[in-house]
Design a binder for this molecule. Sequence first.
Ligand SMILES: [Zn+2]
Length: 120
Amino acid sequence: MNIQHYKQRLLDLEKTLSGRIGQEAEQGRGEFIDSAHDVGDASVADEVASEEFTEAEHNSDVLQQVRDALGRVEDGTFGTCIVDGGPIEEQRLEAVPWTPYCLKHARRLEVAAPSRTPSL
Ligand SMILES: [Zn+2]
């Protein structure tokens, strides 16, 4: 596996995402402020603004994962599943270079997540 290749991709992603997060937060804020002046369109503007905030939040989630992955590059553990330490499929790393899980465990987590209910 070519770690340098993934490291470079992660560094590029980190740069792109951190730039995008700043922009989106600003756009979202701008529209939110504008909406205060125009009561008629306020609800639409609010919706647009909150969508952009959500997008920015998603980006910052990914950014956090990208940074974690870069930490694993430094540790020498990049490309191994954090659940069982097994190798992560190269195809998967090519698609989602920041993933900390192999395909098997990612699937298991995706399946587990929606059914997670608070136990009373
Ligand atoms: Zn695994």
